[in-house]
Structures are given as structure tokens and as C-alpha cells.
Design a protein around this ligand. Structure first.
Ligand SMILES: [Zn+2]
Length: 466
């Protein structure tokens, strides 16, 4: 068996690993390389393998840094199966199409910028289009989360719940390696243990070989207290002031996790008359996709559903898709909770909500996710005053709160617990999906704590495993 690392090796994005087992070639993930212009341009480079020689692609989850180069793989000649969980397949319909639109918008923006400077624009093309993205969806082969699928000539793949986002799985491969059965596990991205909506990452039996993520391999989250109670406190205080609570959140995952917690509060009668809006077309579509896959939820939430409750819908909730409704909501002065994207306030309807609400001291902006430095979200979170939105300056009078711990990623302690739950150390472990220093640190911790043979592969590196 041979493994080649073609992405998320000593970096976080671009997840892409190639397994060759007795001539059967399986690609694990095909993610977009993200993080600034220079990195983004690398997506345009040809794949370092011939996509036409692949037998199968297996996808751990829908995040674009794991799925975003699939349209390029198709354009480069791969027309075979892309096996993934049913909820992931559903989310991909939304997320890949959105990614295609973003690439087209990006190209239009570059053309406008060049035209202003009277420069040549003939070389500018979108990385791929919405149409390219939609074409890939035909190749998806959905398997139930927790289910096993037979790979022709190769063996089987089982999708073990990883709890990271809806449908996210750890990939458990049983492969026939010239007469010997080998197990290779790819952790995918592992979720947190304290999520409300999604299950905790499930453990697997110790495999022969392991590819493991290490995003937060160097840090433990502080004990954040009860996030639902903090949210309740903030909403209640803002309602008393007759203000709005504005929550910037990623459309897929974070929005639904926050909704479940508000649902708990509403159903307990603690937020009577609360009006809650989800104002982001992608979040609305994702919320509907979530509602279709109860099998992918945590046990307590599944039990609620068996009792007839819908954890993402409650009285007072409105899903806003139309632009006119979103604009009306901007203007409205009635107290409300508004959840909108993008999560870091860099684009989307959230910018309009912020523009209309940050000047009023009755309102509260609540951050529930990571704010990258330089993003509008980070500028507001830091308390900068005034704030520039759409080229104009606004005084920041609204209160600003942060609730930590809504992360979709396991921290160091949770990663180590997951590794310990294997019961034994694999013959070989490869640490991927982390900033270089973090992956090296985490690999060192694993090696010392479990006396395990651990490698942090470099991009392009390959390993023959016997
Ligand atoms: Zn992810």
C-alpha cells in the first residue's frame, strides 16, 4: 500500500490524500487551498497525479477545504464515483454551488480592478463556475452516516460519525492489499464533545495505519461555562433594552448549533415572545438540509425529535430568504435576534445588519466563532471605534459580546482522548490538517504519550507501507 499526501500536509486547508492499494487508487478528500491570494492561486496548478487514473473519491465532510477542488477534478477528467454520507451530499449541493458563484464573482472583481487600470484582462478566468460545481453533484454516491459501502476490487469503507459538521465522518477503510487485509483510518475533522446538536466523535478500533487531523493539536479550550446560559443572559438583557441581538455565524453548522440552543430556551418558556430570524439564504437552505437528516444528530436531540419536537424550529423563528424581507428587517426597530452570515462579517447580509445596528447602544453584537485578524468581525470584536462598513464610518455604540466554545473542532485534550480510544497505537500514524508548528507539536505529544510511531508528512511526500 502506498499513501501520498497532496494537501493539508503541514497546513490546514486543501485536504487531499491518495491511497494506492494493489493498483486501486482512492482519493481521500479534494479540498480547496484557502488563506490569501498566494495560497488560492495554488488551486490552479494541475493535480500532482492523473485524475483519470483514480478509481474512487471518498469525502469526509462538506467543508470547502475538503471538497472545494472536486469541480476541478472533474474538469481534469475524473468522472467516477464520489462516495460520501447522505447529509454531506445534501450540503454539497448548497456549498459547492456557492463556491462556484464565489469563484465567478472573484473573477469579475479582478476584471473590474484591471479595467480601471487599463490593463489586459483576457487571462482572467474563474477557477470554476457554478455550472462546473453543479455538474459534479451527479457523481456523488450517498451512503448513510454510520453505513458501510463496498468499493469494487478494493474492499469496504465505513463512515463513522465524527461530529464535526452535519454528516461529517471518520473514514474507516478495509482494503485488500495483495491478499492481506489492511485497515486505514482517516479521522477527517473531529468535532467537540459538548456540542448540542451533533454527536460526539465516535471511536474506532485501532487500525494498521492512521491519518489524523491536528487543527487544535496545541491548545485546550478554557472551560467556557454553559454557553446556552450565556446566550440566554445576553438575549434577555438586550430584549429588556428593546434592542436587537445580532449574531454573525457561519451558515452551515454554527447557525444550527445556536438555533438548537435558542430552541431549548424557547421551549423551556424562558424567552417568551422572542422573535428570531435566520437571515442568510445559505443558512436557510442548510437549516432545511439539517432538518432532513435526524439520523446525524446527537442522541439527546434525536430523543427530543422522537417526542415530536423539531430542534431547529420553534415558535417565533423566521427563515428569511428574500432580499426584500432582509432589507425590511434591517430597517425594523423591533427587538429581535438576528442570525446572519458570513461568520466573520466579511461578506453577505450580516454587513447590512451591522451597519444598521452598531450605532445604537440598545443593541448587542454576539460573536460565536473565530474572527480572523483583519476581518470586519475582528475589528468590531476588538472594540475599534468608529467602524468602517461599505466605505463609510459608523460609531460603535452597541455592546459587543463573545461566547467562546462553539467551535466545530476538537481541542488538544479531545484529540488525545480520541487517539486513546483506539485502544492501541497504529503501526504508523500520519498527522495532517494543522499549521506546521501545531502538527509537529501534536505529533510529538502522540509519540511521547503513546509511544507511537508518528510522522508529519510534507506536501508531495509518499510512503510505501507493508
Ligand atoms: Zn471541516
Amino acid at each position: 500500500m502506498r499513501i501520498e499526501f497532496h494537501g493539508a500536509a503541514r497546513e490546514v486547508t486543501g485536504s487531499c490524500h491518495l491511497v494506492d492499494c494493489g493498483g486501486v487508487r482512492i482519493l481521500l478528500d479534494c479540498g480547496m487551498i484557502q488563506g490569501g491570494r498566494e495560497r488560492h492561486e495554488r488551486n490552479r496548478e494541475p493535480f500532482p497525479f492523473d485524475p483519470r487514473t483514480l478509481d474512487c473519491v471518498i469525502l469526509s465532510h462538506a467543508h470547502i477545504d475538503h471538497s472545494g477542488r472536486l469541480p476541478l477534478l472533474r474538469k481534469a477528467g475524473y468522472h467516477g464515483p464520489i462516495v460520501t454520507t447522505a447529509p454531506t451530499a445534501q450540503l454539497l449541493e448548497i456549498m459547492l454551488a456557492d463556491s462556484g458563484r464565489i469563484q465567478e464573482e472573484d473573477a469579475r472583481w479582478t476584471i473590474r480592478r484591471l479595467e480601471k487600470r487599463k490593463k489586459d484582462t483576457s487571462w482572467v478566468t474563474a477557477l470554476y463556475t457554478e455550472e462546473d460545481a453543479i455538474a459534479v453533484l451527479d457523481q456523488l454516491v450517498p451512503v448513510p452516516l454510520g453505513g458501510t459501502h463496498t468499493l469494487p476490487r478494493a474492499g469496504t469503507v465505513t463512515f463513522v460519525p465524527a461530529g464535526h459538521i452535519l454528516g461529517a465522518a471518520t473514514i474507516d477503510l478495509r482494503l485488500d492489499d495483495e491478499g492481506t487485509s489492511r485497515r486505514l483510518v482517516f479521522s477527517g475533522d473531529l468535532g467537540v464533545q459538548g456540542a448540542r446538536l451533533l454527536p460526539r466523535p465516535q471511536s474506532v478500533d485501532c487500525p494498521d495505519y492512521l491519518i489524523m487531523e491536528s487543527t487544535y493539536g496545541d491548545r485546550d479550550r478554557a472551560n467556557e461555562g454553559d454557553r446556552t446560559e450565556r446566550l440566554f443572559d445576553i438575549i434577555q438583557r438586550t430584549m429588556r433594552r428593546k434592542g436587537k441581538v445580532i449574531i454573525p455565524a457561519f451558515a452551515v453548522g454554527r447557525t444550527q448549533e445556536v438555533l438548537t440552543r435558542i430552541n431549548d430556551l424557547v421551549e423551556a418558556g424562558r424567552l417568551p415572545d422572542a422573535r428570531v430570524y435566520v437571515d442568510s439564504p445559505m443558512a436557510v437552505a442548510a437549516t432545511r438540509a439539517f432538518a432532513l437528516h435526524p439520523e446525524a444528530y446527537s442522541r439527546p436531540v434525536r430523543e427530543l425529535m422522537e417526542d415530536g419536537d423539531a430542534p431547529l424550529y420553534f415558535e417565533g423563528l423566521e427563515l428569511v430568504s428574500r432580499v426584500e424581507d432582509s432589507m425590511a428587517l434591517n430597517e425594523s426597530r423591533r427587538p429581535a435576534v438576528i442570525i446572519s452570515a458570513s461568520g466573520m462579517c466579511t461578506a453577505g447580509r450580516i454587513k447590512h445588519h451591522l451597519k444598521h445596528s452598531i450605532t445604537n447602544s440598545r443593541n448587542t453584537v454576539v460573536f460565536v466563532g473565530y474572527q480572523a485578524s483583519g476581518s470586519l468581525g475582528q475589528v468590531i470584536q476588538a472594540g475599534t471605534n468608529p467602524i468602517r462598513i461599505f466605505g463609510e464610518w459608523y460609531p460603535l455604540n452597541a455592546r459587543v459580546e463573545t461566547i467562546e466554545g462553539f467551535s466545530a473542532h476538537a481541542d488538544r485534550r479531545e484529540l488525545l482522548e480520541w487517539f486513546a480510544s483506539l485502544g492501541d497505537a497504529p503501526t504508523r500514524t500520519f498527522v495532517v490538517h494543522g499549521e506546521e508548528a501545531v502538527s509537529l507539536h501534536f505529533a510529538d505529544t502522540l509519540a511521547k504519550q503513546f509511544n507511537a510511531p508518528v510522522t508529519v508528512p510534507k506536501r508531495g511526500q509518499h510512503f510505501e507501507l507493508s
